[in-house]
Design a protein around this ligand. Sequence first.
Ligand code: SF4
Length: 430
Amino acid sequence: MTSLMDPRTPTIVQPRRSQDRALPLIDAPVAGQRDLRPGLSGLSSDALRDWFSQRGEPSYRARQLVDQLWSGRAVSFAEMRTLPAGVRAALDAEFRLDTVADTAVRPADEGLTEKALHILDDGRTIESVLMRYPARGLRRERATICISSQAGCAVGCPFCATGELGFWRDLSTAEIVDQVRFWSRRLAADGRRVTNVVFMGMGEPLLNAETVLEAAAALSDPQRFGLGARHITISTSGVLPGIERLSALAPQYTLAVSLHAARAGLRDVLVPLNRRWPAEEVVEAATRYADATGRRVTYEYVMIAGINDTPDDAAQTAALLRGRLAHVNLIPMNPVAHTPWQPSDAGRIEAFAGVLRAVGLHTTVRRNRGIEIGAACGQLAAELAAQPTPAAVARRREILVERSAAALRDAPAQARATAVPDATAAVISR
Ligand code: SF4
């Protein structure tokens, strides 16, 4: 097992310069070397209480452990001095205190943004980001953590570095919440705390829905991390059964839907899941979530110059969302290597926002954070993955130009259904 790095003194990897590709490279452990102990933070409070009671330990020991696990700064069982040595040894034999084997951090935006590349025990890499927002007016200081729910992603959105990486595997509950625990310990060293968590990192959260719901429950449980449910956002590119599951449970989480286009043909290209669950059905399901919870749904819209930012796109988006309990967040696209596309300019974004606001839709424009450190999801992991050849990148760009041009001409759907990555095709046909 790779040694756990103290989050108070993580590896600092400076923003990449042309000759600097100094992120840590590790060899994936070979079979038999993996640490198969489950992550302790994935256990419910009941399961922990059972574990102590089966050993004849008093129930307050479970409480002591939960306190150390979720609010303490211990990075090894040995540091949990409130627990007897025998209990610490038994815990160590059965569980991992942290499922993140190692972490490298890159700062940006004069320290307001930090991106972590977490290395898991099987050598897979995932990413999380800390975004600090200083206090302004009556608004208190905030620290938002963006976390991953899968290693890689099968959805294959062409503007996303994670989509280009492909899908490796779902994360476990502990692997998800340990990203938050990492930042929580780091912020605590500074006298600060996590105020918001968004499931918007690598992966499609609702393709790993049960685990994501368990993780969100752990984070919002007053006995464990204790973050208010309203401070947790679960995003989806439109997994209908997952949205329906959320509606049935009706938690107070914010639901964020990655819309990116209202026109069916164009959304087929930008969010390939649209071929399985079209935008109209997704928006209807999200509206049922809003009805069940009273919570406004956020619609994320990545602005790509000349592709989805036209006056017609704005009008169709306004028509689709008008009258719904909705907030639209316009996000200039983060440039990534494998696409030929660029972010929309500020004027185009403001014009788009104006059309939405004119029909009463609450609309904001997100300022991108950490562009110089590749803060868009998947960019650091992509640096560690095998680099595609220049010919492969060029071919990928050609395909995107062809497919987006066909979509913009409203060519038949079949003509557009070419060159979908295998993993994406598997999700679409599931
Ligand atoms: S944008 Fe989200 S859903 Fe789409 S490929 Fe990237 S991680 Fe997956």
